[in-house]
Design a protein around this ligand. Structure first.
Ligand code: NAI
Ligand code: MG
Length: 362
């Protein structure tokens, strides 16, 4: 029988994004290859796009005019990382990644913290405590709504004024919270921690708190807590075993998830999904890390964040057993000590990729 085929748009973009997308594609293709002949056989049909900072330098645009329209037809987008020192970061990020997230209403950003065997966490607690939590980031509004202006006051250089506003809507808060509660119901620990800074930000974040209280009433079986973001960053370090699902605004969750992935050993391990849960548009899967210009092009990039993002993509396609196979291969590889430099090893991107592929067939 013909395997179920998923059409994937690969957008490696910049720096290590190119290296980890190549690695992720190789591992995902090996997984698909291994499914041949089985009842749930599947395949990937990839198309790769050249957008990013190099493209910007050539054309003056981060993505071509019809680009977003073309992406619409794919089952998913597999993204690397965008950003390069030759282009201001706010131009590259808004011009490509945030544009895709916002156009395709990918309002739920899922970022599981990956504590892996063989990878040392800077947390001593991680040695003998099972740590497993996920950050749910509101991905459509909040502090990244892009609302504001600069130098509109007419004051000259040296006295410039800028305003950057955060946007919170009841609909936006409610949908991300329901998403977090629904996810909590699928986990061993049914708990949602809501994060704000509502003591200082008395409009948007108080709305967030109010919606959280209202929504939580619909989930009496799920434990809840509301924690301020400063206290939550301390809790990530001191009491992470008390966390299961952490839901936070765009900026707060962005920062907390970098902290969480650093605590698991490296930013290079962290996977993420930018979901359009209604499936009106393709969702996008990408490692949490950026383009890492400091190590780009040297074969040093850790591919595990990108490969783990592939597992999230398989979950999204309704292939949880395949996702589990991929995660198992990641654990087998790290447990065997085949690690890139960021997690204390000396293996290259290519060696880790090969080990992941070997682990799939063992
Ligand atoms: P970064 O995530 O690129 O790098 C931070 C540190 O983590 C660096 O020391 C880097 O070497 C290390 N690192 C990152 N990924 C790694 C991997 N796969 N393996 C091993 N080590 C890894 O963040 P930074 O330096 O703040 O930003 C660099 C560029 O990336 C900027 O242009 C920024 O705007 C962009 N960026 C893009 C993101 C995206 O496309 N989603 C997310 C974050 C940053
Ligand atoms: Mg970030």
């Amino acid at each position: 029988s013909t395997p179920r085929t998923f059409r994937i748009a690969a957008v490696p973009a910049d720096g290590v994004g190119k290296e980890v997308v190549a690695a992720g594609r190789a591992v995902l293709d090996a997984l698909a290859e291994g499914s041949r002949g089985s009842a749930d056989a599947f395949a990937f049909d990839w198309e790769e796009f050249p957008w990013g900072c190099g493209y910007y330098e050539r054309t003056g645009e981060m993505i071509d005019a019809g680009g977003l329209e073309r992406l619409k037809d794919f089952d998913a987008i597999y993204f690397g990382a965008v950003g390069w020192p030759t282009v201001p970061d706010h131009i590259s990020l808004w011009g490509l990644r945030l544009k895709i997230c916002q156009t395709f209403d990918q309002w739920a950003n899922v970022r599981p913290m990956q504590f892996l065997p063989g990878v040392q966490s800077p947390l001593r607690k991680a040695d003998d405590t099972h740590l497993d939590w996920v950050v749910i980031r509101e991905n459509s509004e909040g502090e990244y709504a892009g609302l504001g202006g600069r130098n509109f006051s007419g004051r000259g250089q040296g006295s410039e004024v800028a305003v950057q506003s955060a946007l919170f809507t009841e609909v936006g808060c409610e949908r991300i919270m329901r998403f977090a509660f629904d996810l909590a119901r699928t986990r061993d620990r049914r708990k949602v921690s809501s994060v704000t800074k509502s003591n200082a930000q008395q409009y948007g974040m108080v709305l967030w708190d109010d919606v959280f209280k209202r929504v939580s009433a619909d989930y009496p079986d799920v434990e809840t807590e509301s924690v301020l973001v400063d206290a939550m960053s301390a809790k990530f370090v001191l009491q992470p075993e008390d966390l299961s699902v952490v839901v936070a605004s765009n900026l707060n969750a962005d920062i907390l998830s970098d902290l969480g992935s650093a605590l698991s050993g490296s930013l290079g391990l962290a996977a993420s999904a930018n979901l359009n849960p209604e499936r009106r548009f393709p969702s996008m899967f990408e490692p949490v890390h950026g383009s890492a210009p400091d190590i780009a092009g040297q074969g040093l990039a850790n591919p595990i964040g990108a490969v783990g993002s592939g597992a999230l993509m398989l979950d999204h396609f309704g292939l949880p057993e395949q996702a589990a196979r991929l995660r198992k291969a990641i654990e087998t590889t790290t447990a065997a000590g085949i690690l890139t430099r960021d997690v204390g090893g000396s293996a290259s991107t290519e060696e880790v990729t090969k080990a992941l592929i070997d682990a799939l067939s063992s």
